[in-house]
Design a protein around this ligand. Structure first.
Ligand SMILES: CC(C)(COP(=O)(O)OP(=O)(O)OC[C@H]1O[C@@H](n2cnc3c(N)ncnc32)[C@H](O)[C@@H]1OP(=O)(O)O)[C@@H](O)C(=O)NCCC(=O)NCCS
Length: 439
């Protein structure tokens, strides 16, 4: 696989931009152009002009990532990028213990002065072509709006649950982990230790459920309030240490006051990572039973969060759900054969992909052990039930975040009820896919 800085600017996109009088260029973190590039990204996301420290932080964070800037030479400020995109390879879990390299696309912005002239399309299609040519089977995005990326073949693979818990009402119905001498304990930690704990726990736990990804140092800094140039001194941290002294969980959180009632703070969870069920219970209990806290909130949690079944009053929990992680399949055999399936069988998937990467008929054959073989089929009529779907719908199925029968009922998948039922069982995930971060 190519490294990000070996992936160049897509020539077709560059030509398309040039035909529109624009210039696409790769920007490196060490270049002088990077300052305005970083400012353009913040401007694109409606933020303020970044401080020199923040730009320095971004520079350190981007490292050798692949960054594309678009310039308008006819502008009166031709040095200001009017389009930006950053991408890098990231490992995503597709099934317990199974991973795929994904081209993670981020910082897609087009200046409000140049919107709707096809600049984002040039950038995105170019990234997909470059990623595919470099052998990456998958691209991914976390998105600001749900209506932009379907047209490029991205499908919602992971929904996120945002939890709000009335801490006074919730109670606790599950077993209580033993805390204290000779047992596990919850300890306060310094922000730098918190960042390190989150990184270690991500590494030990990310292979357990689909949708999780390998984190990166700047993410842990952000969640622990230690980002260079943008520290957040409000962030606190605790860790759960088991009876043997091993760190099994960490919680990064903020306490937000209620101006009218000091006893009614909101405890906002920035990150809660747990390696064991004891750690998970101990950290949630810590949050729910915190003095002077009336509400606990946590975003980007799994749809099947065990917490619901641990509190005594489920009506104390309000859950809102949202699309979060969008995946774009570029290589059907590589993606489908990377995971395991829950029952043997076969189906022919006829995939529509206007950009071509995944287009065609593919026979998915699952053996008795749940391993799959995927082959291109020249005559879709032969062997196995036929199912038609878009590449975006296949991206939604990949991690098992939605049932094929649901997509069929929604008109997103065309095939028999029997074929959809087989896919339902075959694609069952070990747990609901989750991604607890933005990238
Ligand atoms: C979203 C954004 C990148 C779009 O850039 P753009 O150059 O105006 O987009 P394009 O002109 O290339 O549009 C490509 C297609 O996407 C559609 N599209 C673009 N922005 C859209 C939006 N916000 N909602 C729905 N559709 C959108 C266009 O209508 C067009 O569709 P079509 O080609 O099928 O007719 C730009 O508006 C922006 O920077 N927004 C603020 C930052 C942001 O939200 N970035 C996305 C990060 S995930």
């Amino acid at each position: 696989m190519s490294t990000p800085n070996q992936i160049g600017l897509d020539p077709i996109s560059a030509a398309g931009l040039a035909a529109a009088g624009l210039e696409g260029r790769l920007v490196t973190a060490s270049s002088a152009e990077f300052d305005e590039f970083a400012a353009a990204v913040d401007r694109g996301f409606l933020g303020e002009r970044p401080s020199a420290e923040r730009v320095a932080g971004r520079r350190a964070r981007f490292g050798d990532n692949h960054a594309v800037a678009v310039y308008d030479p006819a502008s009166s400020s031709p040095w200001l990028p009017i389009g930006t995109l950053i991408a890098w390879p990231m490992e995503v879990t597709v099934d317990a213990g199974s991973f795929l390299p994904m081209w993670a696309i981020s910082a897609v912005t087009v200046s409000a002065t140049h919107r709707r002239h096809g600049i984002a399309r040039h950038l995105l299609e170019g990234e997909l072509r470059q990623a595919s040519a470099a052998g990456l089977p998958l691209a991914g995005l976390t998105v600001s709006e749900a209506t932009i990326y379907g047209r490029f073949g991205f499908g919602v693979a992971t929904h996120a649950a945002n939890l709000t818990i009335n801490a006074r009402r919730a109670g606790w119905a599950a077993w209580r982990p033993e805390l204290g001498q000779g047992s596990g304990h919850v300890d306060p930690i310094e922000p730098e230790t918190l960042a390190a704990d989150l990184a270690t726990l991500n590494e030990t736990t990310r292979g357990r459920r689909p949708g999780d990804v390998a984190g990166w140092p700047a993410l842990w800094q952000e969640l622990s309030g230690t980002s260079p140039g943008k520290p957040d001194p409000r962030v606190r941290g605790v860790r759960y240490v088991d009876a043997q002294g091993a760190v099994r969980g960490a919680l990064a959180y903020l306490l937000e006051p209620d101006a009218a009632d000091f006893s009614n703070h909101r405890l906002r969870v920035n990150a809660l990572l747990a390696d064991t069920s004891q750690a998970y219970a101990a950290l949630w209990l810590f949050a729910l039973e915190h003095d002077l806290v009336g509400t606990v909130s946590a975003s980007l949690r799994g749809l099947d969060e065990p917490l619901r079944w641990m509190i005594a009053d489920q009506r104390a929990l309000t859950v809102t759900e949202r699309d979060h992680h969008w995946l774009r399949i570029l290589d059907v055999p590589a993606c489908l054969s990377a995971r395991r399936y829950r029952c043997a069988g076969t189906a022919v998937l006829e995939v529509e992909d206007p950009l071509g990467f995944a287009a065609g008929a593919w026979r998915l054959t699952v053996d008795a052990d749940g391993a799959a073989t995927v082959e291109r089929v020249q005559h879709p009529g032969s062997g196995g039930e036929r199912v038609r779907l878009t590449v975006a719908a296949l991206g939604s199925l990949l991690l098992g975040g939605v049932r094929a029968s649901t997509l069929r009922a929604a008109g997103q998948l065309d095939g028999s009820a029997a074929a959809a039922s087989w896919l339902d069982v075959a694609f069952l995930p070990v747990a609901a896919p989750v991604l607890s971060y933005w990238y």
